[in-house]
Ligand binder design. Structure first.
Ligand code: ZN
Length: 263
């Protein structure tokens, strides 16, 4: 069982490419987007935070790192295709086994998000002078704890519907933009034993991850997405033959079938 008194192990993953190529982004995020998110989370109680980036060996996501991660945060955009498929598969298996995953902004088009959703995950977008207003549509949800009924980001990239995702298990935020579009900007799913939360804001040329409300959402999402238990222990990784709990009536076909455990 996961010890709920122990710190939640958080890994903040970022492709960290815009920061290296665009001085405007580097000025907003001198420690990288991952550094800004990690700094905000480190100020929270009960979280142990580390970072990982695309250019590290195995993208910083070795099996040991993932096995020690309760919640993984993902920011990617221009380098989705540089993420190796075997690492995506490794992350997906950890989510199925119970690890939480928080996908941010342009991560909607990452290999891992598309693999977990099973849909195109496409959307409409515009990089202009839109304001974003986020409405809390499920104020009782743990991810909305401590937030006002709505809050704004003075400038953000617009994402508009239709957002090609499977219907969320839970919807927490809907965004409105100056240009008139709306978007399901905070959505939750369970995949296997793991919880997945998508949170829309965070275009790299705006200081979105320095915003207190945005930091509150991400911290809430981390606490919400932590594994409920060590579910890898109780969730079989593959179909397994199962002995009955009670005696069964005589089975005339038993001789033709392999014994339990030999399938
Ligand atoms: Zn963007």
């Amino acid at each position: 069982m996961t010890d709920h008194n122990s710190a939640i192990q958080v890994t903040v993953w970022n492709e960290n490419r815009h920061e290296k190529k665009n001085p405007k982004v580097a000025a907003i995020y001198p420690q990288g987007i991952h550094g800004a998110i990690a700094a905000a989370l480190s100020a929270e109680s009960g979280l142990a935070v580390r970072t990982a980036t695309l250019d590290e060996p195995e993208h910083g996501l070795t099996q040991a790192v993932l096995d020690g991660t309760d919640v993984l945060i993902w920011w990617g955009h221009m380098a989705h295709h540089d993420v190796r498929d075997e690492i995506v598969e490794r992350v997906k298996k950890r989510v199925h086994a119970g690890m939480g995953l928080i996908v941010l902004h342009s991560g909607h088009y990452s290999k891992i998000f598309k693999a977990l959703m099973g849909t195109a995950c496409s959307l409409k977008w515009r990089e202009s002078t839109d304001k974003e207003r986020l409405w809390v549509v499920n104020p009782a949800h743990p991810v909305a704890a401590g937030l006002p009924g709505h809050f704004e980001l003075p400038f953000e990239e617009m994402y508009g519907e239709p957002f090609a995702i499977p219907a969320p298990d839970e919807l927490v935020f809907i965004s409105w933009f100056t240009g008139g579009e709306v978007f399901r900007s905070g959505a939750a799913w369970q995949r296997g034993c793991g919880r997945v939360f998508y949170f829309r804001p965070g275009h790299e040329t705006y200081p979105t991850y320095h915003d207190a409300n945005i930091q509150r959402v991400i911290a809430n999402a981390v606490r919400w997405a932590r594994p409920a238990a060590n579910l890898a222990d109780i969730h079989p990784p593959r179909p397994e033959a199962c002995a009955p709990l009670e005696p069964l009536p005589p089975d005339p076909g038993a001789a033709e079938r392999p014994a339990i455990g030999h399938r």
